[in-house]
Ligand binder design. Structure first.
Ligand SMILES: [Zn+2]
Length: 99
């Protein structure tokens, strides 16, 4: 009897650690999907980010992290224009500094 109880407690612990592992695996897959195919990650509620980088030899065209281009006023940046969210993918805009 007490042996059964101990077995059940063991099983429960096993299941809990398995659930924990599945959560970690799920988060990992979600992140990968967001990076590779953000349009397909509909179940994930984690905030996305979109890194914008100014195109070479252009004062106005920016490359978005989600693979599009966006035109701003001359010498504007998403920051000076107050663009917080990417108009294309809805991710939070971060600006990649020129190297
Ligand atoms: Zn975007």
């Amino acid at each position: 009897m007490s042996g059964d109880m101990a077995n059940m407690a063991d099983k429960l612990e096993e299941m809990e650690s398995e659930i924990e592992n599945l959560h970690i695996e799920n988060d990992t897959l979600c992140l990968r999907l967001q990076n590779q195919q953000p349009e397909k990650c509909t179940a994930c509620q984690a905030p996305k980010s979109c890194t914008w980088e100014k195109q070479e030899k252009s004062n106005r065209w920016w490359k978005t992290g989600c693979g599009n281009t966006w035109m701003l006023d001359d010498w504007s940046t998403p920051i000076t224009d107050g663009i917080i969210f990417c108009p294309v993918c809805g991710g939070t805009v971060t600006v990649k500094l020129q190297s």
